[in-house]
Write a protein that binds this ligand. Structure first.
Ligand SMILES: Nc1ncnc2c1ncn2[C@@H]1O[C@H](COP(=O)(O)OP(=O)(O)OP(=O)(O)O)[C@@H](O)[C@H]1O
Ligand SMILES: [Mg+2]
Length: 332
């Protein structure tokens, strides 16, 4: 479903009166002050030609915001072209971004138009710009400064009319300090920064997001829409969401499937997978400790105190060992 306005509210169906009226096509849930601030900034910068740098952890919605900027800009009917620096191998980045002429390198038989040129008239979305090899950075900088590119093997620079939106999940400023990212390129990109906070820092937005994904899934599966149980929402809010909104969407879809036809969607089963690695580790550690103590106690024939007692062997105070045993459910 495409909406013409950002979505608001618990069920993502209404638009608040103070929301910017933008023409972006994808629905964006905004139910936290942080997200509202970001979308208000998007509304201001979208019509401008300015470069935008979107920073945020993985799955926070950087690409969604990049598309919203394009959709709300005068370039909305022109191409939105992505150049993902993380997925392009270093050896191909140059030719993919800038293109080449026949004979530009061994095996280049035809002209290849790069992403800069393909984005002409529209928006070039440079994704994961922090992954761009340092050796390629001067060429990108030149392209951004002069709005001209050189195809590999070309004799004439080509002018490109593009709006640039870049995104990264790395701390570019720290990379500059470590000499991994050129300062001049950083300042060229950092004209209008948008920092999308992780989901755990705007957790008040989770119910609206979860309901939105639930409704979206129901529509796709042509099933009636259902709600999450209050306990389910409570459980979701307690998680730290390292994979942010994308992780939430996956959990909600899984929960909807696992809940079958129940009136309310529960999330326990769907969360089990998410929480398992951490819990398994903790359990394993407890297990190891329990087994070790039991083993020593056996060797000491159940004696805790004194010379040759388990506490001495384990280099613990007898009282500490007792409380550890109590915690781990070990009886002598
Ligand atoms: N506020 C939001 N409202 C609705 N859907 C959202 C929102 N934020 C993120 N999503 C959805 O979550 C998923 C992840 O978003 P997106 O791909 O934009 O994240 P990203 O920051 O680019 O992630 P990555 O760093 O891993 O590339 C997408 O399916 C997107 O549509
Ligand atoms: Mg992305």
């Amino acid at each position: 479903m495409h909406t013409l306005q950002p979505l608001n509210g618990r069920h993502g169906a209404s638009t608040s009166a103070d929301a910017p009226t933008l023409g972006w096509r994808a629905a964006i849930v905004e139910d936290s002050p942080a997200m509202k601030r970001i979308l208000a900034a998007v509304a201001l910068v979208a019509p401008m030609p300015s470069t935008v740098l979107i920073e945020g952890e993985t799955g926070t919605g950087k690409e969604l915001v990049a598309r919203a900027i394009h959709d709300a800009s005068p370039r909305r009917d022109k191409p939105f072209v992505t150049a993902d620096c993380a997925s392009l191998p270093a050896t191909l980045i140059d030719s993919e971004l800038f293109g080449y002429e026949p004979g530009g390198f061994t095996g280049a038989a035809r002209t290849h138009v790069g992403r800069f040129e393909r984005a002409s008239g529209g928006t070039l979305f440079i994704d994961e710009v922090g992954e761009l090899p340092i050796g390629m950075q001067p060429k990108l900088l030149r392209a951004l400064q002069q709005r001209q590119i050189d195809r590999i093997g070309g004799c004439q620079p080509v002018s490109v009319d593009i709006r640039v939106v870049a995104a990264t999940n790395r701390d570019l400023r720290a990379m500059v300090a470590r000499g991994q990212f050129r300062a001049d390129l950083y300042y060229r990109l950092n004209v209008f920064p948008l920092r999308i906070p992780p989901l755990r820092a705007r957790i008040e937005e989770l119910p609206a997001l979860a309901e939105y994904f639930l409704a979206k899934h129901a529509r796709r599966a042509t099933r009636p829409a259902r709600s999450l149980s209050p306990a389910a929402i409570e459980r979701l809010v307690r998680h730290s969401w390292p994979g942010n909104v994308r992780e939430l969407e996956n959990v909600v879809v899984r929960a909807a499937i696992l809940s079958g036809d129940a009136e309310y969607v529960e999330v326990e089963a769907a969360m089990r997978d998410v929480a398992r690695p951490a819990r398994k580790q903790a359990l394993a550690l407890r297990d190891v400790e329990r087994r070790h103590i039991e083993h020593i106690l056996e060797r000491c024939r159940g004696r805790i105190e004194g010379v040759g007692g388990a506490a001495a062997v384990l280099e613990l105070k007898p009282s500490t060992l007792r409380s550890r045993m109590h915690k781990l459910g070990i009886s002598r």
